[in-house]
Design a protein around this ligand. Structure first.
Ligand SMILES: [Zn+2]
Length: 230
């Protein structure tokens, strides 16, 4: 899980921006992605142009392409990395050591509402025979309960999520993701939460911080899970 430092981009994208869709130059984004790939020693790095819905792509070939319109990627190809791009949203990264299958989920509040985490685990089961009990999961730096304010939560969030309100209008989406993982069969002790709030931590990109400072564009950080080549 990368912080925003150490990359090639300037200004509001400074400096490790992973997104082609936030007005940075493609050249900078390519260089940033290549840097991440090199550091992690991954031959390929697949990604998605994410849309806050629940479509899941099973990556069956070794590729460095960006798929359009997906929010989760799954693969068992060796040497492949899966990239999630985020600025406050969660990357939920999954690994099944038994079948050597990995999953990378982009999950903002809309993803929580449309249950992309349970759906991805279900696809890992049907497509690769993954037993959820074997999965290890990690929740990336993302918007914490300190900053996840939802003024219109009564219309935006389903009733069951209201129990995760830590104070009026503020929600613990880390706990919401954990419960979705546990209900999908992932043992609680195999779930790690980094517990870093991106809005509070200047070394991470934050959409809410950009909006608060009147910026139209900002960068997107990256989280990667990969399988070694051999
Ligand atoms: Zn915060």
């Amino acid at each position: 899980m990368f912080s925003r430092t150490g990359g090639y981009s300037d200004g509001v994208h400074s400096s490790l921006n992973f997104s082609f869709h936030v007005n940075d130059t493609d050249q900078n984004v390519c260089k940033n992605r290549e840097l991440a790939q090199k550091i992690l020693n991954l031959a390929y790095l697949a990604s998605a142009h994410q849309v806050h819905l629940d479509r899941i792509k099973i990556v069956e070939e070794k590729t460095t392409m960006e798929y359009d319109g997906y929010d989760a990627l799954i693969t068992n190809c060796k040497g492949m990395g899966l990239l999630v791009q985020q600025a406050d949203c969660q990357a939920v990264l999954l690994h099944d050591p038994e079948t050597q299958t990995i999953g990378a989920i982009h999950c903002g509040w809309r993803g929580s509402v449309c249950e992309i985490i349970p759906r991805t685990i279900e696809r890992m089961q049907t497509a690769f025979g993954v037993v959820p009990h074997h999965i290890r999961a990690v929740i990336s730096p993302s918007l914490g309960p300190c900053c996840a304010q939802f003024i219109h939560y009564k219309t935006e969030l389903p009733a069951w999520m209201h129990a995760y309100q830590v104070r009026r209008g503020y929600f613990d989406f880390w706990a919401i993701s954990r419960i979705q993982l546990v209900e999908s069969g992932v043992p609680f002790q195999q779930i790690e939460t980094t517990g870093i709030c991106t809005r509070c931590t200047p070394s991470f990109f934050s959409h809410r911080r950009d909006v608060a400072s009147g910026r139209k564009f900002g960068g997107r950080g990256g989280s990667v899970i990969g399988l070694p080549s051999v």
